[in-house]
Write a protein that binds this ligand. Structure first.
Ligand SMILES: *[C@@H]1O[C@H](CO)[C@@H](O)[C@H](O)[C@H]1NC(C)=O
Length: 322
């Protein structure tokens, strides 16, 4: 909870405060790469922020809750308790349902990844301060005052712009593209969830179609940024790489491809010891119990061995007669 709160706080500071000042990049007079027309505020985009955020937050929550409920009901119906999550008992009053455990874990990691992606993207934007394709349309530099006579003259002054300071600030935060990173992160996480959780028959082609459809929507969201002159190609590609990397890392290394129980041999000795008091039905084949059966046998044979050795030594010294 503490780590999660810290992550959310950091994302908030990046998103809604000017705690971290944007790096001010200069530009050449009349530079072609930044002279695209201003496409209007974000809300007039084909993929407005409201739509993007509600989809990235809403769709995975919906799909994971529905998916987990289906998995749980199937396990109940087929009495497949072998692969089921353990029920945790905490005292007599409260127990955590395996369905709730899995759902909270997958959604919690998803939310963490969403904020982590946001932090990565914002940090990149603040540190680079790359200019948007429509930057000069908002900056409105006074070329006569700046003395622009040739195209090769570089203007690095932070006060060269005469336009709206808030809009100019936003136009300095483009690398990497946040929209591309968030959408591809959501699509990737969801695609991996569907691929590794849905095991129904007749879905060999339905699953990839669904997953690639999601990826395609995310891809189009990124491409749309370039089409609307809001981002460069490089911003979108960097956003895609960040989103995909974070999703793959979290799914493969943190939630273990959404698997249920870990295989037996992956449980270490100490792990079992730590979990013992919390498991409602102790497992029979734990290494600890094997040890308890084997230990007396070992002890017995060791003692016998020592006794024989001592007897032999005494015999050799003729002291047994006493
Ligand atoms: C640009 O700067 C020049 C010289 O300082 C000034 O005469 C002119 O009015 C300025 N133009 C605008 C649009 O502010």
């Amino acid at each position: 909870m503490v780590i999660m709160a810290g992550t959310v706080m950091l994302a908030y500071y990046f998103e809604y405060t000017d705690t971290f000042a944007v790096n001010v990049q200069g530009f050449f007079c009349y530079e072609g790469a930044y002279r695209k027309p201003y496409p209007g505020p974000e809300d007039s985009s084909a993929v407005p922020p409201v739509l993007l955020y509600s989809l990235t937050a809403g769709v995975p929550v919906l799909v994971i809750i529905v998916g987990e409920t289906a998995v749980f009901c199937l396990q109940l119906a087929t009495k497949d308790f072998e692969n089921q999550e353990k029920t945790i008992l905490t005292g007599d009053c409260c127990y955590i349902n395996p369905l709730v455990r899995r759902t909270i874990r997958f959604l919690g990691i998803y939310a963490f990844g969403l904020f982590a992606t946001d932090i990565f993207v914002n940090a990149g934007q603040v540190v680079t301060g790359n200019l948007a394709p429509h930057f000069l349309a908002l900056c409105k530099p006074n070329y006569t005052a700046l003395g622009c006579k040739q195209y090769t003259q570089f203007i690095s002054s932070a006060h060269a712009c005469t336009g709206n300071p808030d809009l100019i600030m936003k136009a300095r935060k483009t690398f990497p593209s946040k929209e591309a990173a968030l959408s591809i992160y959501a699509a990737m996480y969801l695609a991996m969830y569907i691929t590794s959780t849905v095991k129904a028959r007749g879905t060999r082609l339905a699953k990839p179609v669904l997953c690639l459809g999601l990826m395609c929507l995310a891809f189009l969201t990124g491409i749309n940024r370039v089409a609307e002159y809001r981002n460069h190609w490089s911003d979108v590609i960097a956003g895609f790489i960040i989103g995909i990397s974070i999703a793959v890392f979290l799914v493969v290394c943190v939630v273990n491809n959404f698997r249920g129980r870990q295989p037996e041999h992956e449980h270490s000795h100490t792990d079992n010891l730590a979990q013992m008091p919390m498991i409602s039905i102790p497992r029979v084949e734990s290494p600890l119990e094997k040890l308890q059966i084997l230990a007396p046998l070992c002890w017995h044979s060791t003692v016998m061995h020592l006794k024989t050795k001592t007897l032999r030594a005494l015999l050799e010294q003729n002291q047994l007669y006493k």
